[in-house]
Design a protein around this ligand. Structure first.
Ligand code: NAG
Ligand code: NAG
Length: 248
């Protein structure tokens, strides 16, 4: 997906002089991913991807902490999948719980391609795990954090349920783990064909289709190790569903 080649990181590491290709990410239509949004800094740098559910923006804790810091002295912008913008005003803040940050958005959603996200409910939904993708706005250029409205998706090849992810957590490298601010938070350990690589991809939701044809969210990207087929962590929104496990 975007950033799939972590241009900025690659450049930092001196690993790449050619930095414009997208690695294993596919450009997709945002209409297929209900509730997908991004939070932008004043220069349109992507602070985080996230989802909107019933007027609430939900992003991982690491983004929320960054947002609250920004909001002490700057407005932020929420950009809906279709490009519509809303201001998140200076002086406001959200709520951090269980590894997630929630912020109430007053501007309603409503158009056909800009509807609320639906979170996977393991009691009533059966996932078609072959359809699971990590989806975000990160781009593949030197300006990899600058919002350009283009959405990329990369197919998941492996998922460990959150109980299994807890078990393998200790064997992960620090870049695979990212920054965990709340040790009670619940994660899935995932692998995609592409890679998530920095703030342009932070918060990128994982979408799967259910066998009945709905598109649901199972988690939000919280680590960005930036190498294809590397393990990354996603804040688990499946309530610890043990059947969200495949590929291992
Ligand atoms: C985008 O979505 C918003 C909120 O649903 C809506 O008000 C706006 O008309 C839409 N814009 C386009 C270009 O579809
Ligand atoms: C998920 O379902 C939607 C709607 O039926 C479909 O357009 C989309 O291609 C499916 N996604 C995948 C990855 O198969």
């Amino acid at each position: 997906m975007s950033c799939l080649i972590a241009t900025s990181l690659a450049v930092l590491l001196g690993l790449a002089t050619f930095v414009t290709s997208v690695k294993d990410g596919t450009e997709v239509d945002q209409c297929g991913y209900p509730g997908l949004v991004a939070v932008l800094a004043p220069n349109d740098a992507i602070v985080c991807n996230g989802i909107l559910i019933s007027g609430t923006l939900v992003v991982p804790q690491i983004c929320g902490v960054g947002m609250d810091e920004f909001l002490k002295s700057n407005d932020l912008t929420l950009v809906y999948g279709n490009g519509t913008r809303a201001t998140i005003p200076t002086g406001t803040s959200g709520t951090l719980t269980g590894g997630l940050y929630s912020y109430t958005i007053t501007n309603p959603l409503g158009s056909a391609c800009n509807i609320d996200a639906t979170v996977y409910n393991s009691d009533s939904d059966t996932l078609d795990t072959s359809t699971c993708e990590v989806v975000g706005f990160g781009s593949d250029s030197l300006s990899s954090k600058i919002y350009d409205g283009v959405v990329y998706a990369s197919t998941l090849t492996k998922s460990s349920s959150s109980p299994c992810c807890d078990v393998i957590m200790n064997s992960l490298t620090s870049s695979q783990k990212g920054v965990i601010l709340d040790s009670t938070a619940s994660f899935n350990c995932l692998i995609a064909t592409g890679a998530v690589c920095g703030s342009g991809d932070l918060g990128a939701p994982v979408y799967c289709n259910t066998t009945s044809g709905a598109t649901v969210v199972t988690g939000l990207t919280s680590s960005t190790p930036c190498a294809s087929s590397d393990t990354f962590l996603v804040h688990d929104l499946t309530q610890g569903a043990t059947n969200f496990k495949f590929g291992y």
